[in-house]
Each structure stands twice: as C-alpha cells, then as structure tokens.
Design a protein around this ligand. Structure first.
Ligand code: 5GP
Ligand code: ZN
Length: 113
C-alpha cells in the first residue's frame, strides 16, 4: 500500500523506534504515547479490519499475539498490560493498517469514551 504510513514504516521510508522485527511483524514505539509505555505491533501485510483478514494474515496476527508476551522485558509487561485494536470509525481508528496497541507501565482505568 503506497500511501499507508505503517507500510512506509515497514519499508523504512518513515523512521520509527523499533523494539522487535521479524518476517511477520514489526513492533515500535507509538509517536504519541497514551500510557507510560505505548507500542504498536503491526503485521507486515496490509489490511484494515479483522473482518477483511485472509488466512495468511490471520496466521500473522496469531504470531503477533504469541510474540507480544515473550517480549516481557522489552515492552515493560512485568506488572500487566493492555492490548487494544481499534476497528473503524466509532473506535477512532486513524491508521488503516491493522495494529495492536500495547499499553503498559502504569495502572490503567477503563474509560471507553
Ligand atoms: P489508531 O487511532 O488508528 O488506533 O492508532 C494509530 C496510532 O498510530 C496512534 O496512536 C498514533 O499516535 C500512531 N501513529 C500515527 N502515525 C505514526 C507515525 O508516523 N509513527 C508512529 N510511531 N506512530 C504513529
Ligand atoms: Zn499498510
């Protein structure tokens, strides 16, 4: 996807602070952190919504979900963490490349609005 910010980050056309990378995913710091630690995990295949995933992309997403808890120290997950996947307009999704927000390093409340 030529004009997708996250595809550009994957291709190295936009700089990012990378925490982990392999053939399937990239994990990097969010540019506007909403918690003490705020990372984004993105599959290396472009799709917007869980409902649009093909078989290969769903395998990639599963690899992401398995990898995140393995990076306990790098992501500051020792005392718990929150994963968020915003989907569509009501959730405020602003980048249309599926991404998992990883929030950690502090106590978090529950304020959906
Ligand atoms: P969304 O609102 O789509 O769920 O989340 C998009 C996230 O991407 C936001 O938290 C935003 O701060 C982050 N973001 C947007 N552009 C960039 C960028 O160029 N670099 C990084 N590291 N994060 C970005
Ligand atoms: Zn993309």
């Amino acid at each position: 996807m030529d004009d997708c910010i996250f595809c550009k980050i994957i291709r190295g056309e936009i700089p990012s602070t990378k925490v982990y990378e392999d053939d399937y995913m990239l994990i990097f710091k969010d540019i506007e952190p909403k918690a003490k630690n705020h990372f984004l995990c993105i599959p290396k295949s472009h799709f917007k919504l869980l409902s649009e995933m093909d078989e290969c992309q769903s395998e990639m997403l599963l690899k992401c979900l398995k990898k995140i808890p393995e990076l306990k120290k790098e992501l500051g997950l020792e005392n718990g963490y929150r994963l968020v996947i915003n989907q569509g307009e009501d959730a405020g999704q602003s980048v249309f490349h599926l991404h998992i927000h990883i929030l950690s390093g502090q106590k978090m409340g529950w304020t959906p609005a």
